[in-house]
Design a protein around this ligand. Sequence first.
Ligand code: ADE
Length: 245
Amino acid sequence: MRIDIITIFPEICDFYFQQSLLKKAQQAGLLKLKAHNLRDFTNDKHRAVDDKPFGGGRGMVMKIEPIARAVKEIEKEFYPLRGKSKASSKKSRIVLFSPRGKEFNQKMATKWAKSDQLILICGRYEGVDERVARNLADEIVSIGDYVLMGGELPALIVAETVARLLPGVVGHSEDLIGERITKSKGFLEYPQFTRPEIFCVDKKGKACPPDSSSKQRCWRVPKVLLSGNHKEIDAWRQKNSKVIE
Ligand code: ADE
């Protein structure tokens, strides 16, 4: 799979793509991630990506021309067949980020992970010329009911959520099992603990070794998880797989 991000801040994405499992997945050839600088698709001497809104009003609006050119070139570069032939087996999906969009969730990620290519368009400024949403994008997506300064963080969230579903990206297939237990409300994960079995803090909140002093507060790992009884452990995990509210 390929994920292409169209942004005026490609460095933000490039940095993230060079870390940890995303970096390894690319090195292993499981995934290609590329951030494209929107200014490279302008054809005026100021490399302008925005302009004043028609009808007046505050701020600037991102122009459709460089976005349309970027989408076309990215598609042409990787999937010359898309658009020309209905028989093309390549599946690419064009996503525009906007707080007005449909809220992103795990179910969408699972569906999108079957695409050959995702083209993610990051808006900035006061907004994006509405013709991008109406005519170029397949989906308008929000990552939550709040307003960010742009679509870069949403694009990275989508890229990572989709990437970890691709075969081989996350080391152990068991790591993805939790996702099969999805509920309408959200997706369920049981609480995890690791060593030490007992963690204590003193009066000032500083970590200290456990002793019998009444001045310290200690937090223990649930006994059942130390029992080695996998039937009971599974039952405990099942019971405690709740959405935290
Ligand atoms: N751009 C600004 N805020 C956003 C949000 N919540 N989701 C997607 N894109 C955005």
